[in-house]
Design a protein around this ligand. Structure first.
Ligand code: SF4
Length: 96
């Protein structure tokens, strides 16, 4: 999950905070780092079916709530965050 290049500073700052939080867990606990449930590339895939599988694989992540909050705050970022695909995040924000 390296999405730092090209991010506006406000997004990058939140992103660094999320990374610090993720680093408090063993990498094996974070499905998008461990890559043992679905391929790592599926978290940033453009293919909706792969995104959906990655989103489902987020379920046991100890950082799910924080990651989801980041994804919902920065809705223009691509990729799966906190068990939500980009489309699911947009629909969630639209419904608020
Ligand atoms: S919730 Fe999903 S995308 Fe976020 S850190 Fe955990 S596994 Fe990665």
């Amino acid at each position: 999950m390296n999405r730092m290049p090209g991010l506006p500073e406000s997004v990058a700052s939140d992103w660094r905070s999320l990374l610090i939080s993720l680093d408090s867990f063993a990498w094996q606990e974070i499905p998008c780092r461990a890559g043992d449930i679905v391929p790592l590339t599926w978290w940033t895939s453009d293919i909706e079916d792969e995104q959906a599988h990655a989103a489902a694989a987020c379920a046991p992540c100890p950082a799910l709530r924080e990651c989801r909050a980041h994804g919902l705050k920065h809705i223009r970022e691509e990729g799966v965050y906190g068990g939500l695909t980009p489309n699911a995040r947009r629909q969630t924000v639209d419904g608020l």
